[in-house]
Design a binder for this molecule. Sequence first.
Ligand SMILES: [Zn+2]
Length: 338
Amino acid sequence: MKAARFHEHGGPGVLRYEDAPDPEPHPCRAIIRVRACALNHLDLWQRRGLERVRIPLPHVSGSDVAGEVVDGGGAFDPGTRVLLQPGLSCGRCEKCLAGCDNECLAYDVLGYMSDGGHAELVSVPTDNVVPIPDHIDFIAAAAFPLTFLTAWHMLLTRASLQAGDVVLVIAGGSGVGQAAIQIAKLHGARVFATSGPGKMEQARAIGAEDVFDHYAGDFSRRVRAATGNRGADIVIEHVGEATWERSVRSLARCGRLVTCGATTGPRGSVDLAHLFARQLSLLGSYMGRKSELLEAAALFFDGRLTPVVDEVLPLSEVRVAHGRLESGRQFGKIVLTP
Ligand SMILES: [Zn+2]
């Protein structure tokens, strides 16, 4: 098969579109012909290399896959149209059996420590295969799983979103951002977002009441001004150093900040007096539960959540795709087609 692989860590130039061995059939695993695979920041981190993480080389990234079953491992008919749940867990431990599979000690993400979907074929446990209805195209299906799963877990499970909450989504044009705006809006929140100047209209179009330029000025003041000095009950963070302090300052009394990433750097400080006196909660979040993916997917399939696709490129253009995500110019997901 053809695959986008890297044999060493570095810039987009280390990516090679080349021949790679087909995945071998295996009990309890399915082989999927990839029709579309979206990019995530996780793919960039893997390519650049991470301290304390040894990614097997050569490596195929790609966590967000849609395609057709080639070998269903006894569980699915060949030709079934599917998307893949990107979280891999043992299925046997206490956390898995309690439905908290993203807390499994063996938790991994498709395309992280094992080969992913930036290829013509991918092998996954049959538990990760989710059939899709005929009216859902492969591009949209690939743009859906990781970011909607992540945003769902952040808003509903970690931050306990209630109707009427004020939600501030940092970088509303990112993959997680566009998912969070839509999920929050659908659950009855008042949604605000930050973005660069070129993306504000698009963020409004998917449900943000107002959008503040996070490159210019203090968006925490803008949120307060828009909410009668209350601030945001929930802040969705994933940018890190560049926005952290303003994000914390945006919180209302008893507000919850949830973070799932730090694309501009991992260091952030907190004024402890502000933290306790205002009764704030700072929460971490990583991926989400398979049950949450299925709940979100039902809303995707009936048209109430719609992944925003920025650009579709052939897999052979994987270097260009990484460059575009790295530049931060995109609104929504970049999708590759083998
Ligand atoms: Zn487990």
